[in-house]
Design a protein around this ligand. Structure first.
Ligand code: PLP
Length: 307
């Protein structure tokens, strides 16, 4: 994974500060218990300048993550939308990944977070395809994890909370140690859920499907965009999940995510998927690229231009 390449400024508690000055205390409460909620957003060079993709939806999910964990955000959705744009402008509107985070601050310790102040920061930096350019083009090799996906009875998967990601980290480490690029997690019922940082889709006989929200996934903004693009393009979509063995019988499989984009899966546990070609994935990659770069008038509302 390439190191973070700094941009000029970070937005920290309502102020733009130089990148190197955006520091917190090692005894910050959120660091110790994983009590932090965050988002992953991207801005791209689009037809009319740099544009943030589905900014409001991401910030609304950020607010919902905070609600789920009873974290009192000191800023509203409109404030944070403005903050992202202000930061992007201050950094010269690069093509970048944008990371808002809210966490309990230094000052209190112990499991009760209710007395801790909540700090909010937003950083951005250039970040290429999460599973690599080669993966985006030729597909990645995935393995079904021995770790079970968290569920609503333990760590609510629909909140993008730092603590939840310990589950994905275990799956990622296991996948890497076994020589794979990425993991696929099953939920506690043994049904396919998602990747450590991506949703998953299956194509069989021209029909697309993806696990429902109840299967232990984060409701992906890319997932939602892909479903809309699929339906508009006349590709059949069924609102059903799938089992482990249905991974092996898929014609095409792919991950979606803000970081990963749309990444085909060419192999699961050593078994090649379909014919090794991904015509529907390629079609969706092209439609998605049009949408994020402002070439899809129908989806102009998905973009917020920085300038
Ligand atoms: C666990 C998990 N699932 C799915 C996704 C994909 O969501 P999105 O498309 O909104 O980036 C992400 C990335 O944020 C994630 O971390």
């Amino acid at each position: 994974m390439p190191a973070i390449v700094p941009t000029s400024k970070i937005w920290l508690d309502g102020r733009l500060v130089p990148w190197d000055d955006a520091k917190i205390h090692v005894l910050s409460h959120g660091l110790h218990y994983g009590f932090a909620i965050f988002e992953g957003i991207r801005c791209h060079r689009a037809e009319r300048g740099t544009a943030v993709f589905r900014l409001r939806e991401h910030i609304e999910r950020f607010r919902d993550s905070a609600k789920i964990y009873e974290m009192r955000l000191p800023y509203g959705v409109d404030d944070l939308v403005r903050a992202v744009l202000e930061l992007a402008r201050a950094n010269g509107a690069p093509e970048a990944y944008i990371r808002p985070i809210a966490f309990t601050a230094y000052g209190e310790m112990g499991l009760d977070p209710s007395t801790s102040r909540v700090q909010v920061a937003i950083g951005m930096w250039p970040w290429g395809a999460y599973l690599g350019e080669a993966g985006t083009q030729h597909g990645v090799r995935a393995t079904v994890s021995s770790w079970t996906r968290i569920d609503s009875r333990s760590l609510p998967p629909q909140a993008k909370c730092a603590a939840n990601y310990a589950n994905g980290i275990l799956a990622k480490l296991e996948a890497k140690a076994a020589g794979y690029d990425e993991a696929i997690l099953l939920n506690s019922a043994g049904i396919v859920s998602e990747g450590p940082g991506e949703n998953i889709f299956r194509v069989r006989n021209g029909v697309l499907s993806t696990p429902p929200a109840s299967s232990g996934i984060l409701r992906g903004v890319t997932r939602d965009s892909v479903v809309q693009l699929t339906v508009e393009d006349g590709i059949e979509y069924q609102r059903t999940g799938f089992t482990r063995e249905e991974l092996f019988t898929a014609d095409e499989l792919f991950y979606t995510g803000t970081a990963a984009g749309i990444t085909p899966i060419r192999e699961v546990d050593g078994r090649p998927i379909g014919s090794g070609k991904f015509p529907i994935v390629q079609r969706l990659q092209s439609l998605y690229d049009d949408a994020i770069r402002g070439r899809a008038p129908r989806h102009a509302a998905w973009l917020t231009y920085v300038e």
